[in-house]
Write a protein that binds this ligand. Sequence first.
Ligand SMILES: *[C@@H]1O[C@H](CO)[C@@H](O)[C@H](O)[C@H]1NC(C)=O
Ligand SMILES: *[C@@H]1O[C@H](CO)[C@@H](O)[C@H](O)[C@H]1NC(C)=O
Ligand SMILES: *[C@@H]1O[C@H](CO)[C@@H](O)[C@H](O)[C@H]1NC(C)=O
Ligand SMILES: *[C@@H]1O[C@H](CO)[C@@H](O)[C@H](O)[C@H]1NC(C)=O
Ligand SMILES: *[C@@H]1O[C@H](CO)[C@@H](O)[C@H](O)[C@H]1NC(C)=O
Ligand SMILES: *[C@@H]1O[C@H](CO)[C@@H](O)[C@H](O)[C@H]1NC(C)=O
Length: 327
Amino acid sequence: MNYSSIKLSNLSLFCLLLLGTLVSCQLDYKFYDSTCPNLTKIVQAGVWSAIANETRMAASLLRLHFHDCISNGCEGSILLDDSSKFTSEKNAFPNKNSARGFEVIDAIKANLEKACPSTVSCADILTLAVRDAVYLTGGPYWFVPLGRRDSLTANESAANANIPSPFEPLENITAKFTAKGLDLKDVVVLSGAHTIGFAQCFTFKNRLFNFDGSGEADPTLDETLLASLRSVCPNKDDSDTNLAPLDQATSSVFDNFFYKNLVNNSGLLQSDQILMSDNRTASLVVYYSKFPYWFNRDFATSMVKLGYVGVLTGQNGEIRKNCRVTN
Ligand SMILES: *[C@@H]1O[C@H](CO)[C@@H](O)[C@H](O)[C@H]1NC(C)=O
Ligand SMILES: *[C@@H]1O[C@H](CO)[C@@H](O)[C@H](O)[C@H]1NC(C)=O
Ligand SMILES: *[C@@H]1O[C@H](CO)[C@@H](O)[C@H](O)[C@H]1NC(C)=O
Ligand SMILES: *[C@@H]1O[C@H](CO)[C@@H](O)[C@H](O)[C@H]1NC(C)=O
Ligand SMILES: *[C@@H]1O[C@H](CO)[C@@H](O)[C@H](O)[C@H]1NC(C)=O
Ligand SMILES: *[C@@H]1O[C@H](CO)[C@@H](O)[C@H](O)[C@H]1NC(C)=O
């Protein structure tokens, strides 16, 4: 066996393991090497300047990509505005008044259209931008398989149905992941994205004042954190859009403190803290709280896996000229 055949068989084995089914590798690391050689530089410059302006944008991009992939595949449908043919996913409950980062993708797309017109999909731009956002905030770097194409439509009801909510039990969240070929470990690992970014008060206020209709705070929430969150999110409707960091300890650094927080009852969202309520997920949380290296490695692996969900390739979809509208 010569070197190239070893490489090839390793690659097929990787694809096999990755997707759990017998499919060929649809994406390719070198997809744009000849058609857009400066792609990675252009994307990284755009992400760098967006994060330099506002650190929170790293988390916003990560969330945008996750919401795109989990609703009906990583095909850039979340980037589409309303049109006469469909309602935008931006109007779906999990995205409305919370999805951010569209201007960052638009700016990168505009630069790419100058360098290599009608070549790079919006879905690939978002996937690459998220890798850079994680890396630039201190997280791992990984290579992104490319060649995704953009959807011709958006599906608001899919976004409403498929994006996990912070109020759901673990089994419901897990079901939404497994429906897309992701597993329980991916739930734990990708939840680690909450090591950066902020959440609006309405997503966790029930834990501060009226947990499960008890009229009391969530008994699993650390007392000191409870007091500080109550001051950020007083028990009034007008505090609903105030922001609290998902990781109180190191909110702008991509590290493993998200897991350390869960271990000491300091997770912000109920959907995060419940990872400690199941043996199988709790043991992984404890493991990642101790071993940042393995969290980084597994996060990169799960992100590549997420990036394969429902991709359009070959002749399917299109390469949008403007990420907000179909051609
Ligand atoms: C890539 O960017 C460099 C400058 O960074 C530029 O000189 C070169 O022409 C670009 N290549 C292409 C193919 O656009
Ligand atoms: C910089 O971030 C602020 C929010 O903090 C935003 O309003 C503004 O549009 C951003 N500017 C640029 C150039 O991205
Ligand atoms: C949109 O998503 C919903 C919910 O997942 C699904 O039932 C429906 O068939 C989808 N519509 C289209 C046009 O794909
Ligand atoms: C969890 O999923 C079950 C079964 O689909 C559903 O009946 C229930 O309403 C869901 N719970 C929440 C809180 O979404
Ligand atoms: C929980 O852990 C975080 C991160 O290590 C730390 O910042 C915080 O103070 C801890 N809280 C308690 C109550 O120990
Ligand atoms: C979970 O932990 C409890 C208590 O340690 C144990 O009794 C139970 O068998 C465990 N379940 C699983 C699925 O590991």
